[in-house]
Ligand binder design. Structure first.
Ligand SMILES: Cc1cc2nc3c(=O)[nH]c(=O)nc-3n(C[C@H](O)[C@H](O)[C@H](O)COP(=O)(O)O)c2cc1C
Length: 177
């Protein structure tokens, strides 16, 4: 798929069909995500791919109701975390930049972007979800203390593509100087 087309046709998918997603496909997505740029190449983003019905059921209840359909119908739910205290930090444990630990969010976003674009190329739908009960999910997936959850991503095949939410004109987003 041509890149511009892949970028423009990626939509947030919130309802999936029951077609299973192979482990190989999930690996392909993470294999694409790992090429994302990151703060000093710290590569802090991690992916937990949950296929177990029991664990998925628990996850649904750790998300707000408007995210239940996406999570419940997705054959795979991804929890994306970062290894803490690395991205944005210097060797002395202080911050290199006034953005502080904001850079770990940035790095995870770059990585998730490649993950979702690669999914679109493979005909898989995704929706990134930013609202969740962090403590509950951490306990469900047994997240190490050294990591922090950033996003939850529902992943699967789908029957319907929603209309594209409108985008601002490029002139609004870009100031040339
Ligand atoms: C950080 C972030 C958090 C989001 N959280 C949610 C969410 O909790 N539930 C949801 O349905 N969509 C969520 N979305 C998806 C956005 O609503 C969606 O990307 C936006 O409406 C544009 O639609 P598109 O992705 O189809 O282009 C989130 C997206 C991002 C990047």
């Amino acid at each position: 798929m041509e890149l511009q087309n892949c970028i423009e046709t990626r939509r947030s998918i919130r309802n999936f069909n029951s077609t299973p997603v192979s482990d190989e496909a999930v690996k392909e997505l993470v294999n694409a995500a790992k090429f994302a740029p990151s703060w000093k190449n710290t590569q802090v983003t991690r992916y937990y791919a949950i296929k177990s019905k029991d664990i998925k059921e628990k996850l649904v209840n750790a998300l707000p109701e408007f995210n239940h359909t996406a999570t419940a119908t997705a054959p795979v739910v991804i929890v994306s975390s970062v290894v803490k205290n690395r991205s944005g930090y210097n060797r002395d444990g202080g911050f290199d930049s006034p953005k502080g630990k904001g850079w770990q969010m940035y790095d995870c976003g770059c990585s998730n972007m490649l993950f979702t674009l690669k999914a679109n190329e493979l005909g898989l739908g995704t929706v990134i979800m930013g609202l969740y009960d962090e403590e509950k999910i951490g306990a469900i997936i047994n997240l190490p203390e050294t990591e922090e959850i950033i996003s939850v991503i529902a992943l699967g095949y789908y029957d319907e593509v929603p209309a594209m939410p409108p985008r601002k004109d490029t002139d609004v987003l870009l100031k040339m100087m």
